[in-house]
Design a protein around this ligand. Sequence first.
Ligand SMILES: Cc1cc2nc3c(=O)[nH]c(=O)nc-3n(C[C@H](O)[C@H](O)[C@H](O)COP(=O)(O)OP(=O)(O)OC[C@H]3O[C@@H](n4cnc5c(N)ncnc54)[C@H](O)[C@@H]3O)c2cc1C
Length: 416
Amino acid sequence: MTIEKTDTLVVGGGQAGIAMSEHLGKLGIPHIVVERDRIAERWRTGRWDSLKANGPAWHDRFPNLEFDIAPDDFASKDECADYFEAYAKQFDMPVRTGVQVNNVERKANKQGFIVETSAGTIEAERIVAATGPFQHPVIPSIAPVDDTILQIHSADYRNPGQLPEGAVLIIGAGSSGAQIADELQKAGRQVFLSVGAHDRPPRSYRNRDFCWWLGVLGLWDAPALEPGKEHVTIAVSGAYGGKTINFRALAHEGITLVGMTKSFTNGTVTFQADLVNNITGGDKSYLDILDKADAYILDNGLDLPEEPDARAQLSDPECLSNPILELDLAAAGVSSIIWATGYTQDYSWLKVDVLDENNRPKHQRGVSSVPGIYFLGLPWQSRRGSSFIWGVWHDAKYIADQIEIQRNYQAYQAPS
Ligand SMILES: Cc1cc2nc3c(=O)[nH]c(=O)nc-3n(C[C@H](O)[C@H](O)[C@H](O)COP(=O)(O)OP(=O)(O)OC[C@H]3O[C@@H](n4cnc5c(N)ncnc54)[C@H](O)[C@@H]3O)c2cc1C
């Protein structure tokens, strides 16, 4: 039986795998992209129904194709999935869908890897793991065992109609938790939102979207989180044409804000006394961007309209003046809990010594500690923008260059 061979096998056909294929193709490097479902499946079926991209269409895209919507609009999740499908078609990419990679091992005493897939064995000189920054939903161990309450992760939330009648406790107020809370409140639900430390940039300021501000201020290119900010999430939204996430405003609309969730005991949930701190920290991050933007405008002599209202702060809602520290779930009518508590990665198929003690890839800008293994799409792979649509394209270019450099060394032949 002949075994199929390729130079580079890309595992995963999301935006990372598609960007990788474009750059490998441009360098003429033979490769195959294998995707267990469909191209950009996570955008198609792994998000809630109303999700819009966090950035406007002019920004959240690859350089070589525009979205089929107005540049300042926010693409729906399906428009994003269609976009990546169209991209793969435009570059005639060798993507095989419905093929799962089950196992990758190094060849014994030889360069290259044996890849076991659901459609047979492939030998590859190199592997690019592009299986996503947000793979397995994480639900913390404090989750109560209580079959009277529906508990789901935000990855499984689709729309308000999916939840039983009653109030909802949402744990986690990053982009997912804050948007889901807003949607449920607007659908008439009573919502409790457990808010931790977060950054919340202005959606736009002085006639520029925050994506533009983060770009010109060099913040997308920040190489790592600031020390002490490792557990800080970012709350942004492209919903309703894009608007700033403002927790005080959400509270004035009827959402009850609470601090970080501490524990569940006998039907009562306890919250930390950190709500005011977390909201103030978010406000500080918001004002910090406004200050930096004002300084940039001044330094560069830009003519952008002033926006003093952006600094106005809403009054403290009751839930912020007197934060709830305990909630009897049954008495409050809570019938659902949504855990918007993030994701972890899974490389169980990669039987190569490239993970650290926390199962995280050992790598520098995606080049792993094992020659021939590369990662793409990791959070903070090279910069803040790495796991986002626009950023992964640039990381893919870098990885393709590194692959090309190694291929050139391997092709070297000493003069005889
Ligand atoms: C709720 C949410 C909203 C987001 N919104 C935005 C946004 O608006 N703008 C933005 O820039 N970013 C956004 N992101 C971040 C990021 O863009 C997405 O997470 C994006 O899906 C990441 O693309 P990816 O290709 O790296 O990974 P994925 O989209 O997760 O793609 C990985 C692919 O690998 C496949 N796969 C996994 N294991 C295997 C295997 N063993 N064999 C074969 N195939 C496999 C999966 O089926 C999947 O299709 C959002 C993330 C989330 C969670």
